[in-house]
Design a protein around this ligand. Structure first.
Ligand code: ATP
Ligand code: SF4
Ligand code: MG
Length: 358
């Protein structure tokens, strides 16, 4: 199956949403190539990811969007080397700054995590240690990955809390997670992730549930780190408005496949995959969140099925034709723009001409 890695850097520039200014050529930081992840469960094997390819360049922010259950978190856990015991990577490769992540075991992976690669988890309460003060938890990361002495670590921990707009950070330094609201815990998680100024940030719904001002402050902080330190960010979100505002490119996932990836404005202005079109159309103006959207017709297929079609969207797709049963992979349809569809949108005029001359 074709595995085209949509790669802005390879083409020498990255389109920034809303501007025409190209960035300097950037090195690839994260390369996911033809990745497959399965879960062995009592009721069958869940084929959670199949033939997933995606690359992130230094300084780039890529949005990962798709309905609940499409595989966004499984992909981010795999990239971070955090595996559920039931999970198996059955195909493909993962590279970070040219290093083979699948060859990194235990201690080597731990050394990368936190310092070079950091993740903001979808569920902050579960990710925080309930019996350790939050300031100490930031210091733990600094102690593991920097040579700052104790007083400097404490200062930096308080600075990190202030950066994510925790009010009265000196006092909150000593608070335990149960003493803080959910939104405050989320900000602590973000502070921990950003404490060592990582080269790659995977942010799984980082601002969900936060008020608009805090959300803007956190996204500004992430944007600043991207610009100043060339941090690459994979932003997983249900909020298409947020993705549109902050991402250079967007990858759309459906049922464990990346079905489309392209520059943000191109994707919003002229989506090529029927699922991308439905996602955008179903998002009400003003709400801009997949949580609020009018349901997309049909459900995600059961990923335990042994007869999954090559296009996992086929059973929901009004454009389905005979050719849709053939094997499928991402194919370039424009600059940095690829789609996995046998009958992508925007090909009607060509089809009509073909019929007219037949
Ligand atoms: N431990 C597990 N065992 C079995 N199946 C799993 C496990 N973890 C995830 N899955 C399955 O993998 C698929 C992808 O799940 P994932 O959590 O990545 O979705 P998601 O896109 O992050 O959804 P959400 O937007 O709700 O966070 C789903 O079908 C899910 O049921
Ligand atoms: S390959 Fe066919 S069934 Fe699948 S999304 Fe494209 S048109 Fe629809
Ligand atoms: Mg998730």
């Amino acid at each position: 199956m074709s595995a085209l890695i949509p790669n802005a850097a390879a083409e020498g520039s990255i389109a920034i949403s809303g501007t025409a200014a190209p960035k300097a050529p950037a090195a690839l930081l994260l390369e996911v190539d033809q990745l497959a992840v399965e879960f062995r469960t009592r009721s069958g094997t869940v084929r959670a990811l199949e033939d997933v390819s995606l690359a992130l360049a230094e300084g780039e922010t890529v949005g990962l969007v798709g309905e609940s259950g499409s595989g966004k978190s499984v992909l981010s856990f795999a990239a971070m080397g955090i595996q559920d015991p039931a999970a198996r990577i059955t195909a493909g490769s993962l590279r970070f700054a040219g290093q083979d992540l699948l060859a990194h075991k235990g201690a080597a992976m731990k050394a990368l995590r936190g310092r070079e690669m950091a993740m903001i988890f979808q569920n902050p309460r579960v990710a925080l240690n309930p019996i350790r003060a939050v300031g100490r938890q930031i210091e733990d990361v600094l102690a593991r990955h920097t040579d700052l002495h104790a007083a400097a670590r404490r200062r930096r921990a308080i600075e990190c809390l202030a950066e994510v707009r925790i009010p009265d950070p000196e006092r909150r330094y000593a608070a335990y997670p149960f003493e803080l609201s959910g939104g405050m815990c989320q900000r602590v998680m973000i502070a921990i992730a950003l404490a060592c100024k990582p080269r790659l940030l995977i942010a799984d719904e980082p601002t969900t549930g936060l008020d608009v001002t805090t959300q803007a402050a956190i996204m500004r902080l992430i944007s600043e780190l991207s610009a100043e330190r060339r941090m690459a960010t994979l932003l997983i979100t249900h909020d298409l408005g947020l993705a549109r505002e902050y991402c250079d490119r967007i990858a759309v996932m459906h049922a464990g496949h990346i079905v489309e990836v392209g520059p943000t404005e191109t994707l919003f202005a002229a989506p090529r995959h029927p699922y991308t079109e439905r996602l955008i159309a179903a998002t009400p103006v003003g709400a801009a969140s997949l949580d609020d959207l009018a349901a997309i017709e049909g459900n995600l297929p059961d990923l335990r099925r042994t007869d999954l079609p090559s296009c996992r969207f086929a059973e929901r797709c009004a454009r389905r034709g005979r050719e849709c049963d053939a094997p499928l992979g991402l194919v370039a349809v424009g600059a940095q723009h690829s789609v996995a569809c046998h009958r992508p949108l925007g090909t009607e005029s060509a089809e009509a001409q073909h019929v007219a001359f037949a």
